[in-house]
Design a protein around this ligand. Structure first.
Ligand SMILES: Cc1cc2nc3c(=O)[nH]c(=O)nc-3n(C[C@H](O)[C@H](O)[C@H](O)COP(=O)(O)O)c2cc1C
Length: 755
């Protein structure tokens, strides 16, 4: 019998339907009804350390923000300094392992690590000291996040590179390649890790760090040892799931003394049984994890951790197999884990749980808390004691200062696509941000824009993210810029893209783009012409010194019979005018990329349709962050949306679509959300080869939405180049190469900065 927590089941249900409530949607808007933010900007005492306000920067892995020996480099220092300067009270680092001795997954070849390190080389300490000095210079505090290792969620490459099995608490399947087992660490090794925790905490304290923060959530090695889902040891000192964590905290406390803050990050539940139900009994990759910590067990463990010496917690939900929970994508609700913080706070209040310093144990809320009103309300209502911001601080490091000064409309919102941050890490890069092209590049792009030495007359055609970013940046530098767009508002493809209710983050970004364009038009040399069809003749009249084409894309033509029938619509047309689907009962979406699935989601959840999505390739929504992808697949399955992969459309008829479907048993199950896709350059030799056995099928439908992708619309650029319309002509954004908002803002900013 599977044990399920009703609280967690409700949370999962809520994450799929929340946007049906107007109140919840409004809570995600960037408003400032509660300004001035007295609670957000009041100090808090955590054991011996006073923090200037209630805003804490979430840990976000600083992979490759260090040299190859792990010493924090200028990139990491400038990145954190920018956030400290932006006004946040407490900064936490991304995960830093207390030792590289026990977990072979932490290394690349030749002893190179992509993680910053504090566990070896005294010369590395200088990097940490420089970093903390910079953070302190701006009045912020710095906690280092300490990790036991990756364990089963680390790369299994060590099997080939070092002939070593990855490790875990018990025999557990590796997350990425479940055929590879992870070997249990021995008791002696675990005692070694505990001792490393103590040593590294003491090292951190001696090197100016203000506190340590244990990485006990999301199924990393510390949680593998402290959750019976993963720790199924039958004997020895660490068979009890609480022992390793409690001994670790006691050890740290002994080494750092009574007043040094110890913070602990924990998930209330892995949410596996609640998310997957009966699949926990049948799916090989999940089966072993049926007996995870329940909510009550987590609360008991937390109480004991406080007794052992923990001063503060932040709490979320989920693990790698439910990845959209700890890494909530765009479609997850604003303030998603506030009820979790509330539950823990209530428990601590009722049981009068105090830290060893005799203080209340602050509970930090995390997860999509970028709207200052939402954060302030949570503090005022006593839901939490601090508010943690991860991606919102990537999008805008000045967010705290702007909120304090009542400049909320100027805050650049996070759009939750996770292309610049999480996906960059997954693909081998360092943290960046889709909507902030400076993030992670603070060391090479100075904050101040270089003033234009001789102001130019610049034309920018297309007010999508690339065009807007370019126009605003160039205008701020002193150039005279004219921005044109055929639409009556700025935003380009974002206008249609932000249409589904669950894309509220993107709607916030659209509002932000509108605000910054209007502001720039008021304050600088930016002239804006909307609803304007731009032709080479019009541009000739302006006599621009430089012309920038950012004219976006147009749908790819799909050469199939029936494409011109009246019940066939392009995805963008549907998104601009969803009423075209009002009378349809069972639409078919052709194309299973993110646009296709967002359309399917909107049809199913907002319009109550019975939806089928047809995709030629084996995988849906490939190329998107795995957290976003798995959210979408999970909730489409819950809504009964039929996902047909390896299926090609051969003809569209009035009342059905003719397809050829590969029905071979080797076709992957499209609804698998407990695994992630590896980047294309990583080959899993154990993966099943796809075989082809096609069958023709007729799928009844009364509406067809085409979402098979777009192609660059560079006709204006070609024409302008040919007629030498200006001494310099550039082509950026989708009209250069179809990409994501990430590439568009990067291109626009780089060009605007350098003209
Ligand atoms: C790029 C990225 C890296 C992350 N790395 C870590 C990490 O090293 N340690 C950790 O505990 N959480 C990590 N997280 C999770 C965040 O700390 C945070 O819980 C999550 O982003 C939700 O908060 P937000 O909505 O404010 O971004 C990471 C998140 C992102 C986006």
């Amino acid at each position: 019998m599977l044990q399920k927590d009703e609280f967690i089941s409700n949370l999962i249900e809520e994450c799929g339907t929340w946007f049906q409530s107007e109140d919840r949607l409004n809570a995600g808007k960037m408003t400032m009804e509660l300004y001035p933010y007295d609670h957000l900007f009041s100090p808090i005492q955590v054991n011996g350390v006073k923090i200037r306000n209630r805003l804490c920067m979430a840990p976000m892995g600083n992979l490759v923000m260090c040299d190859q020996k792990g010493r924090p480099n200028a990139k990491m220092i400038e990145y954190f300094a920018a956030r400290a300067k932006g006004g946040v009270g407490l900064i936490t680092s991304g995960l830093v392992h207390v030792s590289h001795k026990w977990d072979p997954s932490l290394f690349e070849r030749d002893g190179v690590s992509y993680f910053p390190r504090i566990d070896t080389y005294h010369s590395n300490l200088m990097g940490w000291r420089d970093l903390v000095d910079q953070v302190h210079a701006y009045g912020a505090r710095f906690f280092i996040q300490l990790s036991a290792g990756m364990g089963r969620v680390g790369s299994p490459e060590s099997l080939i590179s070092a002939h070593k099995f990855p490790v875990s608490a018990s025999w557990n399947p590796n997350f990425y390649v479940s055929q590879i087992p992870c070997a249990p660490l021995r008791d002696r090794q675990l005692k070694g890790i505990i001792s490393n925790f103590g040593q590294i905490a003491a090292t951190a304290k001696s090197n100016k760090v203000d506190g340590v923060y244990l990485h006990g959530h999301e199924g990393y090695l510390l949680e593998q040892l402290t959750n019976p889902a993963f720790n199924r040891r039958s004997g020895g000192p660490f068979a009890n799931y609480q022992t390793f964590g409690i001994e670790t905290v006691k050890k740290i406390r002994r080494r750092v003394g009574p007043s040094f803050p110890i913070m602990y990050r924990i998930d209330l539940s892995l949410a596996l049984n609640e998310a997957y139900g009966d699949r926990m009994n049948h799916v090989k990759a999940l089966k072993k994890f049926r007996n995870g910590r329940t909510v009550a067990m987590t609360l008991d463990y937390m109480t004991n951790l406080v007794q052992a010496g923990v001063d503060m917690f932040d709490v979320d939900v989920g693990c790698y197999e439910t990845w959209w929970l700890p890494h909530p994508p765009n479609a997850m609700p604003p303030g998603v884990f506030l009820p979790v913080a509330r539950l823990v706070k209530d428990c601590f209040l009722q049981n009068n749980i105090k830290s060893n310093a005799g203080l209340e144990v602050p509970i930090v809320a995390v997860g999509k808390l970028g709207n200052p009103d939402l954060a302030e309300r949570a503090l005022r209502e006593g839901t939490c004691d601090m508010v943690m911001l991860g991606r919102p601080l990537l999008a805008d490091p000045e967010r705290p200062n702007k909120a304090y000064a009542g400049r909320v409309a100027e805050i650049c919102p996070c759009i939750g696509d996770q292309d610049g941050c999480l996906n960059e890490l997954a693909e081998g890069g360092h943290i960046q941000c889709t909507v902030n092209p400076r993030t992670g590049l603070e060391d090479v792009i100075p904050e101040d824009l270089p003033p234009a030495t001789s102001p130019l007359k610049i034309g920018v055609v297309g007010a999508g993210p690339a065009g807007v970013m370019c126009a605003i940046t160039a205008a701020k530098r002193g150039h005279n810029v004219v921005l044109f767009d055929k639409n009556s508002q700025v935003g380009g493809m974002i206008i249609a893209g932000s249409r589904p209710k669950m894309k509220f983050d993107l709607a916030n970004y659209l509002a932000y783009l509108t605000t910054i364009v209007a502001r720039a038009a008021d304050q600088s040399n930016l002239e804006v012409h909307l609803s304007t069809k731009v032709t080479p003749d019009l541009l000739t009249e302006y006599q621009f010194d430089t012309l920038v084409c950012a004219t976006g894309s147009r749908p790819k033509s799909l050469p199939i019979e029936g494409i011109d029938l009246p019940h066939v619509f392009q995805a963008t047309d549907f998104l601009h005018d969803p009423a075209v689907a009002s009378n349809a009962a069972s639409p078919i979406v052709i194309g299973g990329g993110s646009t296709g699935l967002e359309v399917a989601h909107m049809l199913a959840y907002e319009m109550g349709k019975t939806v089928t999505v047809v995709e030629m390739l084996p995988l849906f929504m490939k190329g998107t962050s795995n957290a976003n992808r798995n959210y979408m697949l999970y909730y489409l399955e819950r809504a009964g949306v039929h996902l047909l992969n390896c299926t090609r459309v051969t003809r569209i008829e009035v009342d059905h679509v003719v397809v050829k479907q590969n029905v071979s048993p080797t076709v992957p199950n499209p609804y698998v959300t407990w695994k992630v896709l590896l980047p294309d350059y990583v080959i899993n030799p154990l993966e099943r080869r796809l075989q082809v056995k096609e069958q023709e099928k007729h799928l009844p439908c009364d509406l067809v939405v085409i979402a098979t992708g777009v192609q660059s619309d560079d006709s204006l650029y070609d024409a302008c180049l040919k007629t030498q319309i200006a001494p310099k002509v550039y082509n950026i954004g989708d009209s250069f190469a179809v990409g994501r908002i990430f590439e568009a803002t990067k291109g626009g900013f780089a060009l605007g900065r350098s003209l």
